[in-house]
Design a binder for this molecule. Structure first.
Ligand SMILES: Cc1cc2nc3c(=O)[nH]c(=O)nc-3n(C[C@H](O)[C@H](O)[C@H](O)COP(=O)(O)OP(=O)(O)OC[C@H]3O[C@@H](n4cnc5c(N)ncnc54)[C@H](O)[C@@H]3O)c2cc1C
Length: 231
């Protein structure tokens, strides 16, 4: 397993308590849209066993051509040890990334694609939207619905409508589920879902009740975890 130690280049505040940590691109490091990585802090591999309190799964919110690995996350005043260490890090400090993989690349199968997310989960989808806006081949229409109760919607510069892309932001779970019920009228679409496990279960239930097959639902989970959510 290759571990890349790479410095923080820049920290961009996206909304209240929400930051994108832009990491320098190590030579030879690349990824597909929808990728997640293991993001770890100094000391995580100093003992026999990795110290899990210093490792988190994180999606990469950028594409390689942007010249940085973007990690977007919330750091609230009450937070884990991991987030409090991250908050105090400086530009130039190194973090580790390893085991990078995309379970949710954009499927270009001639079907409409729906990106359903809650909160900072929209970060996973930012690279899919950029990829689609650069090349719409194989996806007749792309539509995103994000629920964010704070109304501080993320990445509104990318998530704005074009002829073939619709971006919707809502501020309540009720409005979100109403939107999903409407979208689920497309019995042939592909439904990508990113958010907390509860959010996934609720969204999957709404989709399945409306006749969407499990093969049409795309989650950022390993194959062995999918049954737990989709059965
Ligand atoms: C495939 C995958 C991709 C992911 N991608 C992302 C991503 O792109 N961005 C992202 O942010 N997360 C992502 N996650 C989730 C991520 O791994 C973390 O689980 C998440 O960010 C929470 O981090 P944390 O555990 O450090 O808790 P925190 O974010 O610090 O806290 C979580 C909640 O617990 C409360 N809390 C925590 N510690 C305390 C405390 N000591 N006292 C009181 N309250 C406390 C906080 O207020 C907060 O509400 C991903 C997960 C997976 C599996």
């Amino acid at each position: 397993m290759q571990i890349y130690w790479t410095p923080i280049q820049q920290v961009v505040q996206e909304a209240r308590d929400t930051y994108t940590f832009k990491l320098e691109l190590p030579e030879g490091f690349t990824w597909e849209e929808g990728a997640h990585t293991h993001f770890a802090l100094e000391g995580f591999n100093q003992e026999d066993k990795p110290n899990r309190s210093l490792i988190r799964h994180m999606s990469i919110s950028t594409l390689p051509h942007e010249g940085a690995i973007g990690i977007t996350t919330r750091v609230k005043s009450e937070c884990s040890t991991f987030k409090s260490i991250l908050r105090d890090m400086n530009i130039g400090d190194k973090v580790a990334i390893f085991k990078t993989h995309s379970n949710v690349p954009l499927k270009r199968e001639g079907k409409n694609v729906y990106l359903l997310s809650s909160g900072v989960g929209i970060s996973t989808f930012r690279p899919l939207v950029l990829s689609y806006l650069a090349n719409g081949e194989g996806v007749p229409h792309l539509r995103s619905v994000n629920v964010e109760s704070s109304q501080e919607y993320l990445f509104s510069d990318v998530f704005k409508a074009t002829d073939a892309f619709t971006a919707e932001f809502v501020d309540s779970r009720r409005a979100y589920h109403e939107a999903v019920e409407t979208l689920a009228a497309d019995k042939d679409g592909l439904y990508y879902v990113v958010g907390s496990d509860d959010f996934l279960r609720e969204t999957i239930a709404t989709l399945r009740e409306r006749g969407i097959a499990r093969e049409q639902i795309v989650l950022d989970k390993h194959d062995f975890q999918l049954d737990d959510f989709l059965n």
